[in-house]
Design a protein. Structure first.
Length: 140
């Protein structure tokens, strides 16, 4: 497992970027480069379960490990969801971490994600596209 790191500067306050990340209608737009029809199912509270699934009910599940509004969101991934059924995987415990920082009137979004080596190319292609979509949403 490796940790990939990404960042983007967005010309919007942290509160707007936060809403752009986690509000359902926005999440569906910026997460599309990962899987068409991608969406999240959660109550969005720390320690709550979360599912990241597509329109066919396939994806991943985990828990919201850390949530500090407008600053930090950390997901601990636990396994796959196939046809709606959760299955633990050997990569359980992988983290996806979002940090929002004020930088000269803009928001710096730092993302780190733990991935298996076979997904490095996929993530290096999808994440920058997703972050550009996020930027467009937040800067409207």
């Amino acid at each position: 497992m490796v940790t990939l790191k990404y960042k983007i500067y967005i010309d919007a306050p942290r509160e707007k970027v936060w809403e752009s990340l986690w509000k359902d209608e926005n999440y569906r737009i910026w997460s599309e480069p990962f899987t068409p029809g991608s969406h999240a199912i959660s109550d969005w509270n720390e320690s709550d379960p979360i599912r990241f699934i597509d329109s066919k009910n396939n994806g991943m599940y985990g828990v919201i490990e850390t949530k500090i509004d407008n600053e930090v969101m950390v997901f601990k991934q636990l396994g796959d969801v196939l046809d709606g059924v959760e299955m633990e995987r050997d990569w359980a415990g992988a983290r996806e971490q979002y940090f929002l920082l004020n930088r000269d009137g803009k928001t710096k979004v730092k993302l780190s994600v733990d991935v298996l080596t076979e997904y490095i190319d996929y993530m290096n292609e999808a994440v920058p596209k997703a972050l550009e979509k996020l930027k467009l949403i937040a800067e409207k």
